[in-house]
Design a protein around this ligand. Structure first.
Ligand code: SF4
Length: 414
């Protein structure tokens, strides 16, 4: 029976919930003579029960797939309800939802229908209708389909704000095991192309008035945590390399959700570990991007996984306890950022206040420092406020480990 557009929406919005590589952050856009403004901060209306998404219409163009990745609900060999939007339908839905103020933009992902070029052409046609027929100037994030021709990736990049290629598994071995139709080489090709063309576009825009924008909000990727047996060390190393090699805006992590059984997939009995690991990887990613940590400082071959009870920054401090305590009134911004309990905002506030006068221990709370943690690692005007015995085990026993995380279920339209 032919599916209505609403039936398709149900199938393809549900199928998109496993893709977490969307966030509308990173782009402020105001338009005159067109519709669609977007704000740099993304907000989430639906999709996951842990609030990880934003006010984008998040759908797959199709869940018909010619690939058979073992971890994926849409794999060729699965007997699931299938649907495929036409480009006109996606454009119409986006505009109708936008006009009703339900969404700010569109996150359009897709399985691989027929072949990569066919799918990429459908994505481009959707964007052309939105941009040219409806004059929609809002935020659009689309997938670049690995294996599609360069010219198609280029066309999509001139119409989209952000593009992403999902790596999904961090190593060639992992891909061979669970997604043998994919390879790192095939995945890296479009990522490299997007990076080069973003750079070229930036150069042209700075020299020529009418130069075209190309993926102005940058590119991102997603990796699944726990579908293969790669360690956190391996995950965080490849994350670091991806940021450096492809100038990615974000690497998203998605805790493995066992939607299929058997084959080479891991048996996950409690379901809890991947979610905690996902959280730790996001914390480590934050340290790489904003705190100037190197991946090799956070983990190594002897300690290949993050501690499940304590976050990566405090674990780094425990391993380097000989560097503490640090005098809050003397250390540099980079040193402040390495003190547990001090974040970016509080570190800057400390520096600003130091220009006027020395910081007292009482000031720290007002500044936003988490004194409960920081007190073990600092002195304030020469005075130490932690325990006499500056041993990691003592501090661990005093600091309550974070409460165990519950595995959150992915739900839709809650
Ligand atoms: S190509 Fe994408 S949609 Fe198709 S099976 Fe693999 S992960 Fe799923």
């Amino acid at each position: 029976m032919k599916k209505s557009i609403l039936d398709k929406l149900q199938v393809l919005a549900d199928a998109a919930k496993y893709d977490v590589s969307c966030a509308s952050s990173g782009l402020n856009k105001k338009n005159t003579g067109a519709i669609g403004n977007s704000a740099a901060s993304g907000i989430c209306h639906a999709w996951s029960s842990d609030g990880r998404c934003i006010s984008l219409l998040k759908i797959l163009l199709t869940n018909f797939c010619v690939y058979d990745c073992e971890y994926c609900v849409n794999r060729l060999s699965n007997d699931v309800d299938r649907a495929s939007f036409t480009p006109e339908e996606v454009a119409e839905l986006t505009i109708e939802f936008y006009r009703r103020n339900y969404i700010e933009g569109l996150f359009l992902s897709s399985a691989i229908e027929k072949n990569p070029n066919y799918t990429m052409e459908k994505i481009i046609k959707t964007l052309l209708i939105l941009r040219n027929k409806y004059h929609f100037a809002g935020y659009i994030h689309v997938k670049a389909i690995p294996g599609a021709d360069e010219i198609l990736i280029h066309q999509a990049g001139e119409l989209a704000d952000r593009m992403s290629v999902n790596i999904e598994l961090p190593t060639e071995d992992g891909l061979k095991l669970l997604a043998p139709q994919k390879s790192m080489k095939k995945l890296f090709l479009p990522m490299n192309q997007i990076k080069d063309q973003i750079n070229q576009s930036k150069y042209e825009l700075s020299h020529f008035k009418n130069a075209k924008k190309f993926v102005p909000a940058g590119q991102s990727t997603q990796m699944i945590v726990g579908a293969t047996n790669e360690s956190d060390f391996s995950m965080i190393n490849i994350t670091d390399q991806l940021y450096k090699r492809f100038s990615l805006k974000r690497v998203y992590f998605s805790a493995y959700v066992p939607v299929n059984k058997g084959g080479n997939l891991p048996a996950i009995s409690t379901g809890a570990t991947p979610m905690i690991r996902e959280n730790r990887l996001y914390q480590a990613d934050w340290l790489l991007r904003f705190y100037k940590f190197e991946a090799k400082e956070l983990l190594d071959k002897e300690n290949p996984n993050f501690d499940l009870d304590f976050d990566p920054k405090i674990m780094w401090a425990f391993r380097n306890i000989h560097e503490f305590p640090k005098e809050i009134n003397k250390v540099s911004l980079n040193e402040l950022l390495r003190i547990p309990g001090i974040g970016l905002v509080s570190a800057r506030r400390i520096l600003n206040q130091r220009k006027v006068r020395n910081i007292t221990y009482e000031d720290l709370k007002k500044i936003g420092v988490v004194v409960k943690r920081a007190r073990f690692f600092i002195t304030c005007n020469g005075k130490y406020y932690g325990e006499k015995n500056l041993e990691p085990e003592t501090i661990k026993n005093i600091l309550n480990p974070l409460p165990p995380y519950e595995q959150l279920e992915l739900r839709i339209n809650q």
